[in-house]
Design a protein around this ligand. Structure first.
Ligand SMILES: [Zn+2]
Length: 335
């Protein structure tokens, strides 16, 4: 005799009219499970369950049997499941017709993976000075082109997994972009780093559109801004020289004239000055002939260098870096 899964009606109950925010309808099929659907979306199964039926994950943390009973109740009552393979849980099946509300007929929801609308870029929408800033309304992953650009500048081995970086549309007060290293999940993503760029988050971050189209007080292009904020990710990730405060905007260094004789050691610069060095080099065409290139090649790109590679040289002045670089070049080692 077949056992029937235990059920329990959750209190409070998720109403049968509840559609998870930015959820995509998914009609379940025979053979699918919470685990298989969650895996396909890069989610933890209980995050997916909780996305559909909020509260169940919290219940699970104190009483997992109870949470399973509640999920069973939702599956039969709302989704219309009526078979069980193990006698303990209702199973997904094809062609379900029973159920209730927005779930009726075998429907669950997966977090929308759709990227924000790509090009053309939206109209300029800088938040103005004195504005209170805004919370991100979405996060997205980097596109492949954006990943390639970041890898070109920093090299992949010096960066965290690029799929742990979320691009959001939040802004600080006065319209400034910000970058943070906080593990969080949002928009169906599990992130370790968050880069918030206002409406530039909807743009292709490799483009030369003026950043001030979207933010406030930032010189240069959208891609300059992206490289600047990626430098902060590099800094957090490598945990080197987190000197000084992350401050909003771009240091005056970016707009000033660089004194080629006065290049101090990378480690003596604060985080904003460092980000400005990378940004400036990138903005000026990102060539090995640039005056700032030794910082890029011998410091930024050497952060995680292996034994066979260049040594991290954050303690050397620009003159010393230049000598090292000349030495490497003479031996054909500057790649
Ligand atoms: Zn910065």
């Amino acid at each position: 005799m077949a056992r029937v899964p235990n059920e329990e009606k959750a209190v409070p109950l998720v109403p049968d009219s509840y559609v998870p925010p930015r959820g995509d309808r998914h009609a379940v099929k025979k053979g699918e499970t919470w685990v298989s659907i969650a895996n396909a979306s890069g989610l933890d199964p209980w995050d997916l369950i909780d996305f559909n039926f909020p509260g169940t994950k919290r219940t699970k943390q104190t009483d997992s049997q109870r949470a399973m009973r509640q999920v069973n109740w939702y599956l039969r009552e709302y989704v219309g499941c009526k078979t069980s393979l193990d006698g303990e849980n209702w199973a997904f099946d094809s062609g379900l017709i029973q159920g209730k509300g927005v779930w009726k007929g075998g429907v669950i929801y997966t977090p929308a993976k759709t990227l924000p609308p790509p090009l053309p870029l939206p109209r300029c929408s800088p938040t103005s000075a004195k504005s209170p800033g805004r919370r991100p309304t979405f996060y997205r992953l980097l596109t492949n082109t954006e990943k390639e650009l970041a890898a070109t500048v920093f090299q992949r081995r010096n960066l965290p997994s690029l799929d742990t970086i979320g691009i959001g549309d939040g802004l600080l007060g006065d319209g400034y972009p910000w970058t943070d290293m906080t593990p969080m999940s949002d928009s169906g993503l599990q992130m370790s780093f968050e880069i918030n760029l206002g409406d530039a988050a909807r743009a292709d971050l490799t483009t030369k559109q003026a950043a001030n189209c979207f933010t406030t007080g930032v010189g240069g292009t959208v891609s300059d801004l992206f490289i600047h904020e990626m430098t902060h990710v590099w800094q957090y990730h490598n945990r080197k020289s987190l000197r000084g405060r992350f401050s909003v905007g771009i240091s005056s260094f970016f707009f000033g004239h660089y004194d080629s004789s006065g290049g101090d050691p990378w480690d003596s610069y604060d985080v904003e000055h460092q980000a400005s060095i990378v940004e400036k080099w990138y903005h000026d065409s990102a060539k090995p002939t640039h005056i700032l290139y030794p910082y890029i090649q011998l410091v930024v790109r050497a952060a995680f260098a292996g034994e066979d590679a260049l040594r991290y040289a954050g303690g050397l002045t620009l003159n010393e870096l230049n000598r090292d670089l000349a030495d490497l070049r003479s031996r054909g080692l500057d790649r």
